[in-house]
Every structure is written in C-alpha cells, then in structure tokens.
Design a protein. Structure first.
Lengths: 333, 294, 282
C-alpha cells in the first residue's frame, strides 16, 4: 500500500508537483537544441490554450466553439498596437488580453443565455463574423493580405524573442493558466462553476448568480486565450485572418481537453501534450495522410474515452473496472 | 434597377439550392440533436461523385445524382449505425468532436483521391440562359432550384405520410415512447442520417453543376447549413426552404451592395441575432421544441 | 412577530400565449404558518412556485417577500432573501458528494460562508437534521428515492430560509417513508419556519397545514382550514370531476337527514388512514 500522507501534505502535494514541473520545464530548455525548443514551445502554447478553454467548456459546461475569436483578437490587437502605434510587445500583451476579455464579457452577456448546441453555434458564428470584420478593416488590420509586425530596424520597439524567448513566454503563459485553473478548481468559485454545469436551475435556486459567474468565466478564459494569441502573432511576425481565426484551432483545444479529461486540472495538460506529440509524429512519419490519421484517431479516442483519460482513470480506480468496452457502452444508444 | 432584380432572382435561385444543402443537416439536428460537422464534406463528396460519374460514364449530373443519393445513403446509414450511435447519449461536444474527426477523414480522403484542384461539372446546356425581360436565368441554376424545391416538398410528404417518415418524427419527439411502441431507434437514427447525407449529396452534385468546388469548400457548406437550420428552425423542412432563400438573398444583395466580404459578416450577425432573440427559428415553432430523451 | 406577511402575492399571473397558467392569485402567508396548496394536475401549483422563486417571470401581478417587492427577481436574489425551494423532480449536483451538494447552498446562500471548511461542517449539520448524516460522503446517484428527496430538503435548508416552498416532496414515497418527512416538516414548523407545501398526498396536507389553498386552472378556488376545504363541494368537483360531485349531491339529496355514521358528508378520500393520492377523473 502506498504510504498515507498527513492531511496537510494531501492538500499541498499537487501544488508542489506543479511547481516542480514548471521548474523542470525551465531547466529543460538548456538541454534542447533550437528546433526542439520551438516544438516544445508550441506544446506549451497548446497547454495554455487547452487550459483556458477548459475553464468555460470543461468546468462550466458551456462548450465554446468560437474560442479562437479570443486568440485572433489578442493577436490582432497586439499586431495593430505594435505596427501602428509602435508599442512594446510587453505592453501590448496584457492590453490584448484585457481587450479580449472585454469582448468576451460583451458577447457573453447575450450568448450565455443560450445552452448546449445553441451556445456552441452562436460562439462559432461570432468567431466567424469577427474574422470577417477583421478582414474588412484593412487599414487597421491589413485585411486579407495580412499584417506584418515590426521586428527589425527602427520601427521594432521590442527585439524579436527568438525560439528561446518564445519558449519562455509560452511556458510562463502555460504556468499562469495552470495556476488559474488550480485556484479555480479548489475554490468556492470552482464549486459555482461545477454547480452551474451539473444543474443550472438548482445552482440559481441556492443563490449562485449564474449570469455573473458565467460571464466572468468566459471573460477570464478569453483573457488567457488572448494572451496566447498575442504571443503567437509576435512569433509568426506576419499573420492572416484565416490563420488567427481558424476554426480548427478551437477544435484542437476541445479535442485536447476532452481526450485528456475535461473539468480537471491535469486533463487538458495531458491532452495537449499527447495530441501535439502525436500530431508531430504523424506529420513526420506519414506526411501525406497525417491529417487523415488524426481524424481517425480523434474518432477512436472519442468513442473509447469520451470522458477523457484523467476522469476514466479516476473512475476506474474507484470502481476497479478498467474495461474500455464498458466505457463504449456508456453513451451509446 | 435591373441589376438589383437580377441579383434578387439569382439570390432566390441560389437560395433554393442552399435549402437543399441544409435541410438534411437541420433534420439530423432536429431529430437526433446531433450537429454534424461533416455535413459539408458529404455535400462536396456528392459533387465529386457526380463529377466522376459525368467524366467517366458521361452520365448527366441531374440523373447521376440519383445514384449519388443511393451511395451516400448507404454511407450515411453506416456512419450513424456504427459510429455516431455510440456517442449519441453523451454530452454535446462528444458528437461534435466525432463528426469533426469524420470531416477531417472525408476532406483529406477527397484531397488525396481527387486532389485539391477546383473542379466543376460542365454540361452542354447548363450555361444556356433563359432570358426573361432583362433577367438572365442560367438553365443549370434554374433546374437546380426547381429540383431542390421539389425534393424538399417531397421530403415533407415522406415525413408526414409514410411509415418511415412518421417513425422518424416520433423518435425525434420522444425517443423513449417511440421505442416502447416498437420503433427501433438505432435503425431510425441511421435512416435519418442516411437520408440527410443522401440529400446533401444530391445538393452537392447540383452545386457542382452551377459552381466550382474543391474539398476545402466543405467547411463553408457546413457553416451555411448551420445558419439556415437555425433560421428555419431545427427539423423544420419548410423552414429550411425559407432559411435557404433568405440566405441566398442576403448573399446576393450583400454582394450587390456591399464591398468585400462584409456579406459574410452580415450572415453571421444574422445567425447570432436570431439565436439570441428567436432560437426556435424565424418560421413558426421549431418542429421539436420539447424533447424527452430516454 | 411582525404583521407583514412573509409572502404576499397580488394578482399574480403568467400567461403562455393564450394560456393563463396562473391567473390573478392573491395570497398572504403570515409568518410561522404552514400553507398547504392543492389542486388537480395542471392547476398551476408548480408554476406558482416557479413564479415566487424567480424561475419564471410573471406577466402580471406582484410578489412580495417580507414586504419587499421581488417580482420578477432572479432566483439567486430570491434565495438571498431567504426563500428556499425543493424541485418536484429532484435536481442534485451529480458530480459532487451529498455533503458538497448542501455546501454549495451554504456558501452561496444568504449566509455566504466563504471558507470551505466551515461550509462543509455546516453542511454536515444540515444533513444530520434531515437524517442523511450517514450518506454525506456518497454520490447523489446512489441514493434511494426517499433519500434523494431528503437531499432536496437539505439543499433548501442550507439557505437557513425564512420561507420554504416544498414541491411535492411526498410524491413516490411509500407510506412508511412519509411519516419521517412529515416529522421533519413538523420540526421545522416548531422552529417557526413559514412553509408552503404543494401536495397531492392529502394525508400530508391534513397533518401539517394550518390553511389550505386550492388552485384550479390557475385560479384561486378557495382558501381555508384543511377540513373545510377538503369537504367543500366545489373543491371536490374540481378534483374528482363533475359527475362524481353530481352523484354525491344526488346521494345526499336522497337522505334528507344526515345520520352520524352512514352517509357522512362527502370529503376527498384521505381523511382516513392510508396515504392515497387523489387523482381526478375526467
């Protein structure tokens, strides 16, 4: 039997583990060469994205299928501020996050009254619509032709960070998202989110201001996603609306969270890391058909592990039943 | 002014076809509460199949689409029975993810088999225009519109007067009660999905006649179907007709009056506004407003 | 004890399209009273509760809690005003333990406990009160019907309410399970709580109500002491139908002098032992 921990340690060991993991990630950088640094940096980016979606989609149960709108807005606000107003990236970054959060609060108020598929489709509609608006404001955003952030010469207010720099920024963002998720999941606020997810009417009946809670969470997830988008824009230097507002990014976020285990702290992290490694491996070994295989794997994962890896393991440990077949029967007609 | 009339007529013709593109999607959503993200891929698949039949066998697309419908019905039936039925009772993003994975599969499959080049089905007569006053009505578009409307009306008849249709409606309204009456829900769901993909395929073939297409167009058709389904009310087939026409008009007028792609932004704004104020759709009540799941 | 009624409704009503589900209901519930609410199916009883608790917005009339106008207020505002309710179809938070289910109300209700430790502790106290102390660590899905209803009770009591609205808490309970529920209501009554009990189980209504309100087709049919209401001919007609009432009236007319034993005045068949539900015939 595993040694039992004292109650104080039972509370604290996840925090210790988290801090250790982040510290290890910092240290890891010295061991990798440049190409790998880039790849791992991208993994951190997806970890942050997955965690931020998890707040509104996993804990609160409102599956935002337009989450990429915050990514794109964050990116374009940073692009506009750095290109037109010559702001430093470090100033543009938090401002982008805040503006994305504000947008989330604005659209959240009407949209969060919808439930289920309607909410998902409405957020998708907003994301697509916002992309179109961005495309049609070429003076501000460069329109369909894209916009290029200044990284060289006198116009560049911030020196380009390079692979190592972006590795660190994405790592910090991932750690931030991890911190926020951990705080939310253990706090009174987390209870409200879960209550709303599990029965919104009952939650309202016991005193939870569901409207305010949902909008706040949506704005928070928008803030975090916006920060990632801003960093991505700087990294890419030249950005286009189709890429920054790509629906596939949202779907990737959702897949990572669902496969890893939605509504948990560890789930999105595992899902992001796992899917990114898988995607990279497929891309290198099966270049022509890697997307095809990805689609097949997503189908298989969703059928075999609909509740995600972390939740599956938790329940299996509790019931002693590890059968995947039983898992398949769970949601079938 | 004639330019405006031309745009309006064009929009209506296109709208009828769009309605056929969307009606299957709306049906599946209304009956089974499944949002099929791969719907557009089936539309494009129908276009490619029609194109293949035309270029290999010289089969006229308006005839070939019957064959396309049959093939896609079987495919759709299998997909629902073997895959989607496995996750139907789960939270919504599970089915969304499954259908998204399916979309990836189908689109990449088509990319590999047919390449990403734009194609279109060129028949000798489709380009001929029927001229009424100042207005040009391309024959291909006219035929597509007429057929789309006919098929949609026929669909409504099938749903309300045949045993199959009624079992679909019953299952959509109250699955538990339907099962208690001996309706095999798994089979009914599969038939519904197969019907939807067959309709999508037929619409796709006709799209191939009037427009160019390639695998990447799948996403656009899915999104269009979303908007039309919401506008018309889920599961409401006449609603899909109305929604489709409205969409067609919005696109035509938008292209006529507005610069750039503002028209797309308009379409999405319309979608969001309708969702907020009349989620049951513009056309009367949604077919299945209260649903009981067992 | 103030004279302001804990709950007052004035002309309260809601219409869905052409249907008036609740129609012009005036009511005053003084502090400490237990009000039974009965009426045939579809009379608007649950709708009435939803109107009071903010889950539905009235199209006419007012809702006043302790004299404060809370018409159309959101459910959480009503909860903070110390008005708690149970749901007819139980709505537990399925992913949480029984204890956590109750703790949510403790944390977010009018007491607003911010620290989780004390909130969970208080939740345990409430669970003891309803007799679910032993099940505190279990998941709601594992509970029996009777226990699930007790959890609904506990979730409502977590708000330390002044006004408690019980929506058919006895439905589906076996005779042996009804008595503990009644005892719980009696205990709360003894503590001075104002309770509104919507029920079909007449035994329960008789056992705990000070007054009984009868709703029919959304309208207030009658308000009075339990026995008077249950033997009132118009109420019987509403429940059991026109034909039954006519038959009873004819039977009465055939006996010019009422005798003490046979031919007792017609009442809704629940005054005797047993807990039959009353279902109206066509």
């Amino acid at each position: 039997m595993a040694p039992t921990l004292s109650p104080a340690w039972r509370q604290r060991w996840p925090w210790a583990a988290g801090i250790l993991a982040v510290a290890a990630a910092f240290g890891l950088q010295t061991q990798l060469y440049s190409g790998q640094v880039r790849t791992i940096g991208t993994i951190f980016m997806f970890v942050a994205l997955a965690l931020s979606w998890n707040l509104i989609g996993g804990y609160t149960g409102y599956a935002s299928f337009g989450q990429v709108v915050f990514f794109g807005l964050g990116g374009y606000v940073t692009a506009a501020l750095m290109t037109h107003a010559h702001w430093s990236f470090w100033l543009a970054l938090p401002v982008s996050g805040l503006l994305a959060a504000g947008y989330g609060a604005l659209i959240g108020i009407p949209l969060l009254r919808l439930r289920g598929h309607y909410f998902a489709v409405a957020t998708l509609g907003v994301a697509e619509g916002t992309r179109e608006i961005v495309t049609n404001l070429p003076d501000l955003t460069g329109g369909g032709g894209g916009i290029t952030l200044p990284t060289v010469g006198a116009a560049a207010s911030t020196k380009y960070l390079g692979n190592d720099g972006f590795y660190l920024v994405f790592l910090v963002l991932a750690a931030l998202c991890l911190l926020v998720t951990a705080l939310v999941s253990r706090s009174k606020f987390g209870f409200a989110l879960r209550a709303i997810h599990q029965d919104e009417d009952a939650a309202a009946a016991v005193g939870i201001n569901t409207t305010r809670t949902k909008v706040l969470t949506f704005a928070l997830s928008g803030f975090l996603t916006g920060l990632v988008g801003a960093t991505y824009a700087f990294q890419q230097v030249t950005i286009y609306p189709e890429r920054l507002f790509d629906v596939e990014l949202t779907v990737l976020m959702v897949v990572m969270v669902v496969i890893g285990g939605s509504g948990t702290v560890l789930g999105p992290i595992l899902g992001a890391i796992g899917l990114q490694f898988l995607s990279e491996w497929l891309r290198q070994n099966y270049t022509t058909i890697h997307t095809l295989l990805l689609g097949a794997i997503i189908i298989a994962a969703v059928i075999l592990l609909p509740q995600g890896l972390v939740n599956y393991l938790r329940e299996a440990r509790r019931n002693g039943d590890y059968s995947l077949l039983a898992n398949v029967r769970r949601y079938r007609l | 002014m004639s330019g405006f009339f031309q745009a309006t007529i064009y929009g209506l013709l296109q709208g009828g076809l769009l309605a056929l593109v969307a009606v299957g999607f709306s049906l599946v959503w209304g009956v089974m509460n499944v949002v099929n993200l791969s719907h557009g891929a089936f539309v494009v698949l129908g276009a490619y199949l029609g194109w293949q039949l035309h270029s290999s066998l010289g089969l006229d697309p308006f005839l070939g689409m019957i064959l396309v419908a049959a093939v896609l019905f079987c495919l759709g039936y299998a997909v629902q029975r073997l895959l989607i039925n496995l996750v139907v009772n789960g939270p919504i993003f599970i089915t969304l993810l499954l259908t998204f994975g399916l979309e990836l599969l189908l689109v990449q499959g088509m990319n590999i088999v047919f390449t990403a080049n734009y194609q279109s089905i060129t028949t000798s007569y489709a380009g001929n225009a029927v001229i009424v006053g100042d207005i040009q009505l391309p024959l291909g578009r006219l035929l597509a519109f007429a057929l789309a409307v006919v098929i949609t009306v026929a669909l409504v008849r099938v749903m309300s007067r045949t045993r199959v249709g009624m079992s679909i409606m019953a299952t959509g309204m109250d699955r538990g009660a339907a099962r208690l009456m001996g309706i095999r829900a798994r089979h009914v769901y599969a038939v519904t999905f197969g019907l939807a993909t067959a309709l999508a395929g037929m619409a796709g073939t006709m799209v191939g006649v009037v427009d160019t297409f390639n695998p990447a167009a799948a996403g656009r058709f899915t999104l269009l179907s979303f908007v039309i389904a919401v506008l018309g009310g889920l599961g409401n087939m006449y609603g899909a007709l109305v929604g489709g026409m409205l969409m067609g008009l919005v696109q035509a007028w938008g292209g006529y009056f507005l610069p750039g792609t503002w028209v797309n932004a308009l379409a999405f704004l319309l979608l969001v506004v309708v969702l907020i104020f009349r989620p049951s759709g513009l056309v009367g009540k949604a077919f299945y407003s209260a649903r009981l799941e067992v | 004890m103030s004279a302001t009624p804990v709950l007052e409704t004035r002309g309260l009503g809601i219409r869905f399209g052409g249907l008036k589900a609740v129609d012009d209901v005036d009511l005053q519930v003084p502090e400490g009273q237990t009000l039974g609410v009965i009426g045939p199916n579809g009379a608007g009883k649950s709708t009435f509760i939803n109107l009071v608790t903010g889950h539905l917005r009235p199209t006419s009339g007012q809702v006043l809690v302790d004299g404060q106008d809370l018409t159309g207020a959101k459910p959480w505002v009503i909860a903070k005003a110390r008005v708690a309710r149970t749901f007819q179809i139980v709505k537990p938070f399925r992913g949480m333990t029984v204890r956590e289910n109750v703790a949510v109300g403790v944390m977010y209700g009018p007491d607003g406990m911010t620290r989780m430790g004390p909130a969970l502790h208080r939740a345990d106290e409430v669970l003891e009160q309803v007799g679910l102390g032993a099940a505190a660590g279990r998941s709601p899905g594992e509970l029996s019907v009777a226990d699930a209803r007790r959890l609904e009770f506990a979730k409502a009591l977590a708000l330390s309410p002044r006004l408690l609205l019980l929506d058919e808490v006895m439905a589906g309970l076996r005779p042996g399970e009804i008595e503990p529920s009644l005892q719980l209501i009696r205990d709360l009554k003894a503590q001075g709580m104002t309770i509104i009990v919507v029920e079909h189980v007449m035994k329960a209504i008789l056992a705990v109500s000070d007054q009984v309100l009868v709703l029919n087709a959304g309208q207030r049919l009658m308000l009075g002491p339990p026995r008077d209401v249950l033997s009132d001919p118009t109420v019987i007609e509403a429940y059991l139908g026109h034909k039954y009432a006519a038959r009873q009236a004819a039977a009465q007319a055939a006996q010019p002098t009422p005798s003490p034993s046979a031919g007792a005045a017609p009442t809704l068949p629940a005054a005797s032992a047993g807990s039959e539900e009353v279902s109206p015939d066509a």
